[in-house]
Design a protein around this ligand. Structure first.
Ligand code: DUC
Ligand code: ZN
Ligand code: ZN
Ligand code: ZN
Length: 469
C-alpha cells in the first residue's frame, strides 16, 4: 500500500485553516492530504476533530527538589499523561545545580529521559550558576549544538540571578541567538513579605499568594523587559498571571522590545481563594506565580484572544500531596516550605478547548496556534506543530462533544491529585499519534515508553531570528 496509515474523514484544523480531508502518512511523515485510499491501516475520524499534536512548551519532569521532596512524575509517567492529554511533544527543563557544569546537568537529564518517553521531548536549560566558564564556553557551545532556549529565575534563594548576572546571560543570547525565558518575580520583595507574614503568625498555604502579589510579578516583568531592551535580545516571560503584568508587556512592546509571553491554565480557572481551602487542601494550589482573582483571569483570557500571549503551556510541576500535604517532612510548617508547582500536563488542552473554543472566546485556529504551532516556531522544533505535507505525523484526534468531569481517577500522571478535580469540560482527545505511531487509541495506551525521541531544537541563530516578533 501507498500509505502506512490514513486518518480518514476528519475535520482538520491548523493555526490558519479548517478543512475536511484524509491524511496520508508514510515513514512517520504526512505525505498527502485529500481523498485518499490504500493504507495498511485506516483510522475513521468522521465526526472527529483532527489537530496537530499538542506541544507543551513548559513542563517539569523528574527534577530534583529539596531534600525529601520527590517529584510525582518521571519522564515515563509525565509523557504518558501528556499523550493522553493530546500532546506529542513536551519541553521539560534541564536544571543546572550551582557548582555543576551545564554539560553534567544535560548528561544527567538526558539519562533520565532517553528511552523513557511516550512523546517527543526537547529540553530547555535552566542557568543558575553563570560562571565565566558557563558564559564564555559552555553556553555558547550548547546553543550552537541546538540547546537554544534557557530559563533564568529572578527569585528563589537557590536559583535567583542578579540583574548583573542576567545581563551576562543575555549578552550570550545576543551573540548566539538563544531565547531567554524569565521567571519574573522579585526575590527581595518576596523574602521581605515572607518574613513579615511569618512574624505575624501567617503560616498557612494562603500566605503563599499574599507574599507574592501581582505587583511583585509586574515589577520583575518590567525589569526583565528592561534588561532585554538593554541587551537587544528577545525575552519570553513565562507563566504570566494577570492584567498588570500584561500591561507591562504591552508597554515594553510599545517601545520596541521583543517580548514573548506565555500563560497557563491555572491563571484561567484557579483563584487565590483556592489556597485558602480547608486544612492543607490549599497546598494543592500552591504554584508561582500564584493564581489571582476573576479580574486577572479575564485579563489572561483577553491576552489569549488579542494575541498578547504567544504560547499556552501547562507549567506541569507535579509535587505529591498525600505523604506530606505538600510540606517538607521534617516538620517545617510555613508556606515558604511548600513546593511551588501543580500538575496539569493532561488537562491543559481540554481546559483551553472547553473554556476557550467551546465557550466561544477563541476559535479553533487560535487554539492550535497557542498550543502547538507557536511553540514549535518559537523554540525551533522543526517539522512540528502543524498538519502539512512534510510535517511529522504528530496528530491528536478529538471528540469535540465528549463531556468529562476532570478527576484524579481519570488521569495518567504519576502524582496523586489534580487541582482541577470536579471541573467539567467538553471536548477530549481520544487518540494520539506520534510520528505515525499510535500512542493512545480511543483512550487506551498502546505505545511504548521508548517511542519518544529526545529532540534538540535547531541551531540558535536560526531560531533567534524566528523568535523576533
Ligand atoms: N516556576 C515554574 O516555572 N514552575 C514551577 C515553579 C516555578 O517557580
Ligand atoms: Zn517559573
Ligand atoms: Zn515551570
Ligand atoms: Zn530517538
Amino acid at each position: 500500500p501507498e500509505f502506512d496509515l490514513i486518518i480518514a474523514k476528519g475535520r482538520i484544523a491548523t493555526a490558519a485553516d479548517s478543512f475536511s480531508a484524509d491524511i496520508g502518512i508514510r515513514n512517520g511523515r504526512i505525505v498527502a492530504l485529500g481523498q485518499l485510499s490504500g493504507a495498511r491501516e485506516t483510522i475513521d475520524a468522521s465526526g472527529r476533530l483532527v489537530l496537530p499534536g499538542g506541544i507543551d512548551a513548559h513542563v517539569h519532569l523528574a527534577q530534583d527538589g529539596a531534600p525529601g521532596i520527590v517529584m510525582g512524575d518521571d519522564f515515563e509517567t509525565g509523557t504518558r499523561s501528556a499523550a493522553f492529554g493530546g500532546n506529542t511533544t513536551v519541553m521539560p527543563f534541564c536544571v543546572q545545580k550551582r557548582g555543576q557544569s551545564l554539560r553534567e546537568a544535560l548528561k544527567d537529564y538526558h539519562a533520565r529521559a532517553e528511552g523513557a518517553c511516550y512523546t517527543d521531548t526537547s529540553f530547555h536549560l535552566i542557568v543558575t550558576d553563570p560562571t565565566e566558564q558557563v558564559l564564555g564556553q559552555d553556553l555558547p557551545a550548547l546553543v550552537a549544538e541546538g540547546y537554544s532556549s534557557l530559563k533564568v529565575f529572578m527569585t528563589y534563594a537557590d536559583m535567583v540571578l542578579s540583574d548583573y548576572e542576567i545581563l551576562g546571560v543575555m549578552k550570550v543570547a545576543r551573540k548566539t541567538g538563544a531565547l531567554v525565558m524569565v521567571h519574573a518575580e522579585g526575590f527581595d520583595a518576596i523574602r521581605f513579605n515572607t518574613e513579615q507574614l511569618e512574624a505575624g503568625g501567617g503560616f498557612g498555604p494562603k500566605f503563599h499568594a499574599i507574599s507574592r502579589p501581582e505587583p511583585v510579578e509586574r515589577e520583575a516583568t518590567h525589569r526583565a523587559a528592561t534588561l532585554a531592551e538593554l541587551s537587544d535580545v528577545p525575552v519570553m516571560i513565562v507563566h504570566v498571571s494577570g492584567g498588570e503584568v500584561i500591561d507591562e508587556i504591552a508597554r515594553a512592546r510599545g517601545r520596541g522590545v521583543k517580548v514573548l509571553a506565555e500563560t497557563c491554565p491555572q491563571y484561567l480557572v484557579l483563584e487565590e481563594g483556592d489556597l485558602d481551602r480547608e486544612g492543607m487542601e490549599g497546598s494543592k494550589y500552591v504554584c508561582s506565580p500564584p493564581p489571582r482573582d476573576r479580574t486577572a483571569q479575564e485579563a489572561c483570557w483577553q491576552g489569549l484572544i488579542d494575541g498578547t500571549f504567544d504560547v499556552f503551556s501547562s507549567d506541569h510541576c507535579p509535587y505529591r500531596f498525600d505523604e506530606t500535604g505538600k510540606l517538607t517532612p521534617d516538620g517545617k510548617r510555613s508556606f515558604r516550605w511548600i513546593p511551588n508547582g501543580i500538575p496539569g500536563i493532561e488537562t491543559r488542552l481540554p481546559i483551553l478547548f472547553s473554556e476557550g473554543v467551546k465557550k466561544g472566546r477563541i476559535d479553533i485556529n487560535r487554539f492550535v496556534a497557542l498550543t502547538a504551532t507557536n511553540p514549535a516556531r518559537i523554540y525551533g522544533l522543526r517539522n512540528k506543530g502543524t498538519i502539512a505535507i512534510g510535517a511529522d505525523a504528530d496528530i491528536a484526534i478529538w471528540d469535540p462533544d465528549k463531556t468529562v468531569v476532570i478527576g484524579q481517577d481519570k488521569l495518567h500522571h504519576g502524582t496523586d491529585y489534580t487541582p482541577y478535580e470536579g471541573l467539567e469540560v467538553t471536548g477530549w482527545p481520544e487518540t494520539t499519534i506520534l510520528r505515525g505511531q499510535v500512542v493512545v487509541r480511543d483512550g487506551e495506551l498502546v505505545g511504548r515508553p521508548a517511542g519518544g525521541h529526545v529532540l534538540r531544537p535547531v541551531s540558535g541563530m536560526e531560531q533567534g531570528v524566528k523568535a523576533g516578533r
